[in-house]
Design a protein around this ligand. Structure first.
Ligand code: FES
Ligand code: FE2
Length: 368
């Protein structure tokens, strides 16, 4: 089923970029929505400061290459694609796009000894899942990732049955990925940034106690009954069954939220992806079977989802104004504890120590 995407707004060009973040390479990131990949067309994307050209081969397979010809560096995206080969516009070298292998150098004569097939453009592992083109960006100098390279699993949105509806939302954020991620996991901004009758208001602030436990390269907010003060969760009460939510955060950038209520479920995967070291993009993909039969539920869900994401985006555009001057910042307990874990987990990944900041399950208290 094709999924329409909504982008709440693009970031005004006048917003300057703030401080850069260290990026995590050797992992999968969503580069663009695959609905943008049409037969015979090339599409551009930027991911972790890496310019990419993406496309879909005639056999349906998606590919992602560095948008740069290995001969003289012109972007391959200005060349041609016939569904099988990407042809450089400068001297016509032809590349097989999934492997990057050069298969033709038109200027060679019978006397030339150069074997074109020993030349490779940079092709990155690329997989289509949940409407995202996921691209694996290796760290510099880690060598070419061939088509059979052993890599982590491609992230996937969890679904709990064959019948469901889906939606996608995205927004560009003018801040680095660290600010995007800690903004995403921050519980204390809800009543201020997202105040609205259908979500929650300042007046509804009350103390929350949440249990967290360590998981591999991340942490889980253990299954709990969701906040009684948010209308969307209250709506699920119509099913008359206990409602349970689990939220996981896992490096490098993934937040999974699962809400279950009897055999009804809602599942979402939110990623904050570095576009450059000082800008990022948030994508939310969701699937659900709650209110499956209610007409208009998808457009309504998208309307409110887009509004929610736009509120975060507007706040981060304002925050970017402040961050331009490189202020010193702080993280406080307990509301910013998940942000502290994020930074510690990231450091452990970058150092290769694998050390987890949590010794075991903990309970956090905050008001939101
Ligand atoms: S620059 Fe691409 S073929 Fe020469
Ligand atoms: Fe938010």
């Amino acid at each position: 089923m094709p999924v329409a995407s909504i982008s709440p707004a693009s970031v005004p060009a006048a917003v300057n970029q703030g401080p850069a973040a260290t990026l995590i390479y050797d992992d999968w990131y969503p580069a663009l929505r695959t609905e943008k990949l049409h037969a015979g067309k090339l599409a551009k994307a930027m991911l972790l400061d890496t310019p990419l050209v993406l496309g879909r081969r005639n056999d349906g397979r998606v590919f992602a290459m560095r948008d740069s010809c290995p001969h003289r560096g012109i972007p391959l995206s200005v060349g041609w694609f016939d569904g099988e080969h990407v042809t450089c516009r400068y001297h016509g070298w032809e590349f097989e796009p999934c492997s990057g292998q050069c298969q033709l150098i038109p200027s060679l004569t019978a006397q030339d000894r150069l074997d074109a097939t020993r030349i490779y453009a940079t092709a990155f592992p690329c997989e289509e899942r949940d409407g995202h083109a996921w691209v694996f960006i290796p760290s510099a100098g880690s060598g070419r990732k061939g088509e059979n390279a052993e890599l982590q699993q491609v992230p996937e949105l969890l679904k709990f049955g064959p019948r469901y509806r889906t939606a996608h939302l995205m927004a560009d954020l003018p801040c680095n990925v660290d600010h995007g991620i800690i903004g995403l996991m921050d519980p204390a901004h809800g009543p201020f940034v997202h105040q609205a009758w259908w979500w929650r208001s300042r007046a509804s602030i009350r103390e929350k106690i949440k249990k967290f436990e360590p998981i591999l390269e991340g942490f889980r907010m253990s299954a709990h009954a969701p906040s009684g003060n948010s209308a969307p969760y209250r709506l699920l009460g119509v099913y008359g069954q206990p409602v349970e939510t689990t939220i996981d955060f896992v490096l490098p950038n993934r937040r999974t939220e699962i809400i279950r209520c009897g055999d009804k479920w809602f599942s979402s995967l939110t990623t904050v992806t570095p576009v450059t070291s000082s800008s990022c993009r948030i994508d939310v993909i969701a699937a659900w079977n709650v209110f499956y039969r209610v007409p208009l539920v998808t457009p309504i869900a998208k309307f409110f989802g887009a509004k929610f994401v736009r509120q975060d985006q507007e706040t981060m555009i304002q925050q970017a104004e402040g961050l331009r001057h490189n202020p010193s910042l702080m993280l406080i307990d307990d509301a910013d504890k998940p942000a502290k874990w994020y930074f510690a987990l990231k450091q452990a990944r970058l150092d290769g120590t694998g050390k987890h900041p949590m010794a075991g399950p903990v309970e956090l208290h905050w008001r939101s």
